[in-house]
Design a protein around this ligand. Structure first.
Ligand SMILES: C[S@@+](CC[C@H](N)C(=O)[O-])C[C@H]1O[C@@H](n2cnc3c(N)ncnc32)[C@H](O)[C@@H]1O
Length: 228
């Protein structure tokens, strides 16, 4: 995307009623004004709240929000120009159960309060394969401890990835830390998905921008769901 286009998207996002872009000082060692208040102040209901982390263009958030009008969704990513796509699509469709939050996931505890979140989706995150990058892995212990501060006790984390290393790493974390594994497959579309109920199939057939790219390259898609 050209620089001019990006700037246009950034400017347009600022006017979207469902796009939140906290300044650094609002989330760094601070409590963002929406923390603990997403339902009351924005969604105006008491429906479950589901987050999509590293949402990119937000296809999962928009797809899930379409399937589940009785739940609220927030797509989170640091790249505003990407998130613009999901924000624009959902606005044009008049969807009221979705929002977008532009921030680093490192600051996520500043944005959500205890027990505020029911479920988390992580879709095709950067695998950060080098040892020194472990701190940046979105299913690493540092991040999971952050999520536990706002995820409900029974809340689960879904991961979709094409990356073998990241899938194995997350499975190891599940085992090492004693998280409750609910579902796992290293080849979702190789027959596994057909064994799932229809609703789950519909959910898991939502494809993000990166999933389409990786699938076209012939990569197998891995899926796992666990309770931390
Ligand atoms: C490979 S892309 C996947 C995007 C989307 N989920 C998809 O499947 O098309 C990874 C995304 O993670 C975002 N990201 C990586 N690290 C992040 C962080 N620490 N905080 C917020 N976003 C991050 C990037 O901006 C990028 O959009």
């Amino acid at each position: 995307m050209g620089r001019k286009r990006k700037l246009e998207h950034f400017a347009e996002m600022k006017g979207f009623p469902h796009a939140f872009e906290p300044k650094l000082e609002e989330v760094f060692r601070a409590e963002y004004k929406m923390k603990g208040k997403w339902r009351d102040d924005f969604f105006k209901n008491d429906h479950p709240l589901v987050l999509e982390l590293a949402c990119g263009k937000g296809e999962y958030s928009v797809g899930l929000a379409t399937i589940f009008p009785e739940k609220n969704f927030i797509g989170i990513d640091i790249k505003g120009a990407r998130m613009w796509k999901g924000a624009k699509d959902s606005l044009e469709k008049g969807m009221k159960n979705i929002a977008f939050l532009r921030t680093r996931i490192e600051f996520i505890e500043s944005c959500f309060g205890e027990n505020e979140v029911d479920e988390i989706w992580i879709t095709f995150p950067d695998p950060q394969p080098k040892d020194k990058q472990e701190k940046k892995r979105l299913t690493g212990p540092l991040f999971i401890e952050r999520y536990k501060k706002f995820l409900k006790k029974d809340g689960c984390i879904h991961l979709k990835t094409d990356n073998n290393f990241f899938y194995s790493y997350t499975m190891e974390q599940v085992e090492e830390k004693g998280y409750e594994l609910e579902e796992s497959t290293d080849d979702l579309y190789g027959g596994y998905i057909d064994t799932m109920d229809e609703r789950m199939q519909e959910i898991l057939r939502i494809k993000t921008h990166y999933e389409k790219i990786f699938s076209e390259k012939g990569h197998k898609i891995h899926y796992l769901r666990f309770k931390p």
